[in-house]
Design a protein around this ligand. Structure first.
Ligand SMILES: [Zn+2]
Length: 201
């Protein structure tokens, strides 16, 4: 395979990118200044060196924002440790943080539990159980997208976490209405997130 096709194939693996769009990226890059291509290539190469995964919440962070094994949120002592919010991916944390209405900690599931078995589930369920067991939060908030897979994941997690939550008297809640059906958390605006948090139960 030649370099152009291979690069298009790799772009095509990015979320939401189809083969045609992937080709457009390649042609766009060909027309862009060499300095931009170089910077991109270097940044991509540096990802494994300068980006770590938090040992507590599994979120990715750059070593310049925190030099410990924990991300800036987990390392921040001002955060409220009694609540733990479970989200699907890193960008969901950004959306919640933008709303400014949550001061607790997070856990990044890293994927969903798909309704169809043919789809691959990548959710860190074992790690989540371990985190809940170790941190004993007073409240566990499930903040998955209101999509079919997101809701299925939420139901499965409720079942999975129920015995442990009961044992350590943690309240299990789910983000409330406000988020419309089919909506992805990462695209929700701050006001919507605020009211979804208020309406949790
Ligand atoms: Zn963290």
């Amino acid at each position: 395979m030649n370099a152009l096709n291979r690069l298009a194939e790799l772009f095509g693996k990015l979320p939401g990118i189809g083969p045609r769009q992937a080709k457009r990226f390649v042609y766009y890059l060909l027309q862009s200044p060499p300095a931009m291509r170089k910077e991109m290539a270097e940044l991509i190469e540096g990802l494994s060196k300068e980006v770590r995964q938090c040992e507590l919440c599994y979120r990715f962070y750059t070593t310049e924002s925190s030099n410990s094994k924990r991300c800036a949120i987990c390392a921040n002592e001002a955060r409220e440790t009694e609540s733990l919010m479970v989200v699907e991916k890193d960008v969901d944390i950004d959306a919640i943080e933008r709303s400014g209405s949550y001061k607790g900690l997070y856990f990044v599931l890293g994927g969903i539990i798909p309704v169809l078995e043919s789809k691959k589930g990548l959710a860190r369920t074992k790690e989540l159980l371990r985190a809940v067991d170790a941190r004993k939060p007073k409240e566990i908030i499930l903040a998955l997208s209101l999509t079919t897979d997101g809701e299925h994941t939420s139901d499965q997690l409720r079942e999975l976490l129920h015995p442990l939550a009961e044992k350590q008297s943690s309240k299990l809640s789910v983000l409330g209405r406000g988020l419309s059906t089919g909506s992805e958390l990462e695209y929700a605006d701050p006001e919507t997130i605020k009211s979804a948090l208020k309406g949790r139960g």
